[in-house]
Design a protein around this ligand. Sequence first.
Ligand SMILES: Cc1ncc(COP(=O)(O)O)c(C=O)c1O
Length: 383
Amino acid sequence: MKKKVRIETALAHAGTCWDEKTGAVSMPVYQTATFHHPGLGQSTGYDYSRSGNPTRAALEAVMAEIEGGAKALAFSSGMAAVDCLFRIFKPGDAVAVTEDPYGGTFRLLDKIFRPMGIDIIFVDTSRIEEVKDVLNKGVKAVLIESPTNPMLRIADIPAISAMAAEKGALTIVDNTFLTPCVQRPIDLGADAVLYSATKYISGHNDVLAGILVAKEQELGDRLYFYQNSTGAVLGPWDSWLTLRGLKTLSLRMEQQQKNALEIALWLSKHPLVTKVIYPGLTDHPGHKLLKNQANGFGAIISFEVDNHELVSQILSRVEVFLFAESLGGVESLITFPAVQTHADVDSHIREHLGINDRLLRISVGVEAVEDLIDDLSSAMEGQ
Ligand SMILES: Cc1ncc(COP(=O)(O)O)c(C=O)c1O
């Protein structure tokens, strides 16, 4: 959209009226691998769908617009986006990464990029001193997940971005858990934003997708070179599904966050729950920080139950919550991080992070909150 509008408006209009020929309101799915050239040396602007496809371009344009970046790229998964991002580093480069990232990110960096000669330094990015130390050691970039997965630690994005910029290092934020409706990393000083768009961005647990947004054109062009060279692009149909999901993102985030706060407060009072981790609770260590840099607290809650036996009881008895990996969709999901999302993280690291055999993580959806609470209650109390 040419007019400067608020994020809710830009989202509702994601991909509308791109097709000038027909005036189609909904972006057509350009299900084509290649494009007919009008003549020698002439192009419609599209040549081959790995290099560019109009449906994907519509998604990329709206993502760049709502993030305030110069260029966005859409990938076949969040991991494909992380993979592309790390291609910009060379053997000998050091990169600092939040020490409790998504398990798949940990596996890719630890088992693939580290053996290729990129020094991956895992740090607690919620501790500014630790980040300062690695920046002083000359890391090329800091990849922040905030809130982290599943411990929901909060990093001070403006402070880290400012320190990194002073040292000539990039700040990249995996903003999967909050989305641009809640936290806008580029406005906070970051150079790039990463999404598993499989989650809130698409929002319906029906598509795998990843997004990278670069603040500056130069970084965007470098990333595009690697994306086009390696080819893990988002297909036209999945681009359309993601565009369609984006239209309701702000509404979904609002409802999911509202439900999450109610559930977190309810869990906090439950006698079989020993710990509730949710940044929206005032006793969460990152509550104030997140309040300063975002306009919400997300809809992911981690909680510890009294004993391990209760974990399997809950997972087998829930009916509204679906026992499944992933997060961010309209349906509420419950997972057991120690054996699911974080199975590839070494057990001593899991222990250090607090990912134990009593920890559950829920992704709160848009259902009636009473049904969600009732479901957890009967699953915990065995009624
Ligand atoms: C924070 C975060 N980043 C990246 C990924 C990877 O995304 P995908 O599963 O779409 O490959 C995930 C997946 O759960 C995630 O939670």
